[in-house]
Design a protein. Sequence first.
Length: 253
Amino acid sequence: MPEKRFPIRAGQALTLMLLGLALAGCSGGDFGRTREDFRNDDMHRWMGAEVTGSVGLGPSQFQLTDYERRLRDQAYPLIEPPHSRPAWKSVFGDYKPLPSPWRQGAPAFDRSTYGRMLIDEPHRSDSSRYAQLIDDVRDDITRFEPFFSTAIKVFDLDRKRNASLAYVSDLSPRERADAIARMEENTMIVQWVQQCLERRISSYRWALERLVIRAPDNMAAEADRLINELAAQTANPPVAVQPVIGHALSVRG
């Protein structure tokens, strides 16, 4: 019998093409990891060079460990000011390097910036402004424990790294300098996050105070409770950070 052929319509052809592209995107790498995972593995490596370079120190040439990479990935959402870029850029991962708070000429901190954005941007209602504030503070609280849990692991390994320097045979000056630079990077990244958390708390308080006088709402009590919770966590971090020698800078914004 002659083989029957069924015409493929334009819509079906488009579906098949998209399916083929999706399957192709899953190939060519470790199972379960997309190409984006590989491309972005060290997407926040710049943070170490930024913090040390901003105070005149050299960056480490060592590759990042898994925990060091995670520390930088978890730090970025806490150092990037809330809603500082359009939503579509957040979706497509358009991250950009940020100046460390120790860099000369870095933009001065303005605690009113977040609140003015919250008040000036169109919202369905004043309740939605309170809801946005609550969500932003809650997001920071959610990020707090994972970041500092990673910091504890990084500092524990750095202590072991530092102790090992005296026992490594034929340790070159370059290797010693890279090891010390990496430990300085890790310390200053945690200090950077602590400073940004304190600044965010100050910004959240400014925003809540303005919302209360502009549009009183019972939601203000929940926002105030969450801000106080974040402030208490920030004032008592689970890891003590010793300032890099010669750069004991205040984390107050």
